[in-house]
Design a protein. Sequence first.
Length: 159
Amino acid sequence: MGRSTIAALRVLLVVIMLGGLAGQLWFFPTLAGELARTDPELEWLGGPLLAVVVLVILGAQVALVALWRLLSMVERDSVFSPDAFKWVDVIIIAAIIDTVLVLGIWALLTFGANANPPALMLTELALVVCGAALALLMAVMKGLLRKASLLRVELSGVV
């Protein structure tokens, strides 16, 4: 992977991280306040939903930091070391936790509050599917990384 590709990906990671921070600090708190004003009967949902959404974004940010670390390892040509597995595990765990949290939001809004409009429900379900797919994809990638690491050790022994 070239330096320009890694640099471009890092720029995008920073943009995503800043977008997440803006969501945590400004957008979702504002949205929770609007929910309380427009639907007073759902005001009780504002705080818990905001907390879970902030946690979901935090989980994504943790995965972004892990991805940054993996990019650094690629840059140093040390991605086939045992440390890489730890960062891949962080991404997998973050994806699983976020998926469960979003599924919990879906269940609460659908069954607990009976206040899940179709567009939001589809978005939540899409996030659950994407989160599960990401966790499974990263598990497959971890297996490929393990095989590549073993092959690299074998090749270095031959050479």
